[in-house]
Design a protein around this ligand. Structure first.
Ligand SMILES: Nc1nc2c(c(=O)[nH]1)N[C@H]1C(S)=C(S)[C@@H](COP(=O)(O)O)O[C@H]1N2
Ligand SMILES: [Mo]
Length: 411
């Protein structure tokens, strides 16, 4: 699909420029978006402008500096893989790279290793056979706008997630090449983006050494068979299948093996959830006992119908949606309810693209009552984990995964 079509409001001159830049994996400076239209989220102050950035179709703008863009929800009904030009964008630091030269790009591996590395992209790709994972990248704050009471932070709808086929080299192959020392405890990851003020902490994230050496995490250079878009981390990013997007470091430039637990801001202060299984504390309370956010809990959505859509009574509807989770066990079943959870009906699962991917579900449904009907959907993974009935709450507005209700007008 052409990311710079008329909906973006880009004229031909812009279009040519943008498409050339896209093919190089580069973007213009300053990075600018062009307004197209508005989209409404179903919560207060939920109006969002649709803006086209380089290599992106118009997406819902959350913030401009740095760019934070959400995927319009209807995209999730168009296929299991989220197209690169529709994939959401999230940054923390305002100074993001706008030009990257793949010839001079380097990935450094240092710290508690026998042989520090300074890898060119070519050297990285030559480390062995590439691996592939289809995996969901979901922002910890996805759906934060639905928290009640409201919490601070970007007021996100459900569009700060996406599912893609990631290709790259396993992280552990790179670490083995460098030779991890016996006293290694964690591995930290840093990208090219920089804070503007010297007092702003750098965006550094950490994984435990066992996880870094597990089969899943990879350093990806390709997304859905193409170079990563600049705004999604060109030329390489960390992909941590099953974990929230906060660990998926973009423009990955430095990997450090350390002999202690990393204490940087984005591990020890931000991205922390209640240290319990529910990830929830009583609404309005403080976070006393916390831990870093990790695995994506089970979630599911209806994608074939939209908020407050009008549907005729008694007419068969082909329902469709997605379910996913990060446990690695895979989605086992999905059910839906049209009577506020009193009874649940089974659905059929679609193609299996792997345990970390969106899983399609399908069902036929006949609306049997006039008025407003709340259509609910819930999934279960192969470990038996499911979704809570009541919304969870935590002060960061993280990891919403309760059963969602889609209001429909049956007429
Ligand atoms: N270098 C860098 N990588 C980053 C971030 C960032 O701010 N800088 N944000 C993280 C967060 S919080 C998320 S949710 C994902 C979003 O990935 P995307 O922008 O490709 O959708 O990137 C992660 N990787
Ligand atoms: Mo995020």
């Amino acid at each position: 699909m052409n990311p710079f079509d008329k909906r973006g409001g880009l004229d031909r001159r812009h279009f040519l420029k943008a498409s050339v830049l896209a093919s190089l994996g580069l973007a213009t400076q300053p990075l600018q978006g062009l307004a197209a239209s508005l989209e409404q989220q179903p919560f207060a102050n939920g109006e969002r402008e649709l803006i086209a950035y380089p290599q992106k179709r118009p997406l819902m703008r959350i913030t401009t500096r740095p760019p934070h863009l959400e995927t319009p929800f209807e995209v999730f009904n168009q296929g299991l893989l989220t197209p690169n030009d529709a994939f959401f964008v999230r940054y923390h630091l305002a100074n993001i790279p706008t030009r990257i030269d793949p010839q001079t790009y380097r990935l450094k591996v240092l710290g508690r290793v026998r042989q520090p590395l300074d890898l060119s992209l070519q050297a990285l790709k030559a480390l062995g056979e590439p691996v592939e994972w289809v995996a969901v990248n979901q922002c910890s704050g996805n759906s934060r706008g639905y928290f009640e009471p409201r919490v601070f932070g970007a007021q996100l709808g459900h569009g700060s997630m996406g599912n893609a086929r990631w290709t790259g080299v396993p992280l552990r192959r790179v670490l083995e090449q460098a030779g991890v020392e016996d006293n290694a405890v964690q591995v930290t990851f840093r990208g090219l983006d920089q804070p503007i003020l010297p007092t702003t902490p750098t965006f550094t994230k950490a994984l435990d050494i066992n996880h870094a050496l597990a089969p899943e995490p990879l350093i990806a250079w390709s997304m859905n068979g193409e170079d990563l878009p600049l705004l999604n981390g060109y030329p390489i990013r960390l992909v941590v299948p099953g974990y929230f997007g906060t660990y998926w470091t973009k423009h990955l430039s430095e990997i450090e093996v350390i002999d202690h637990e990393f204490e940087g801001f984005f591990m020890s202060k931000a991205y922390r959830v209640p240290a319990n299984d529910s990830l929830s504390v009583p609404p309005g309370s403080e976070l006393k006992d916390s831990r870093p956010i990790t695995v994506i809990p089970v979630r599911s959505f209806v994608t074939s119908l939209s908020h407050e859509q009008r549907l005729p009574l008694g007419q068969l509807q082909a329902l469709r949606g997605i379910a996913f989770d990060g446990s690695g066990s895979g989605i086992q079943s999905v059910e839906f309810s049209d009577d506020n959870g009193l009874t649940w009906q089974p659905t059929r699962l679609g193609e299996n693209l792997g345990p970390y991917s969106f899983r399609e579900w399908l069902a036929d449904w006949k609306p049997r009552q006039r008025g407003i009907v709340q259509l609910q959907v819930r999934a279960r993974n192969a470990q038996g984990q499911t979704q809570p009935t009541t919304p969870i709450w935590n002060p960061g507005g993280y990891a919403r995964h309760s059963i969602e209700s889609l209001p429909l007008h049956i007429i």
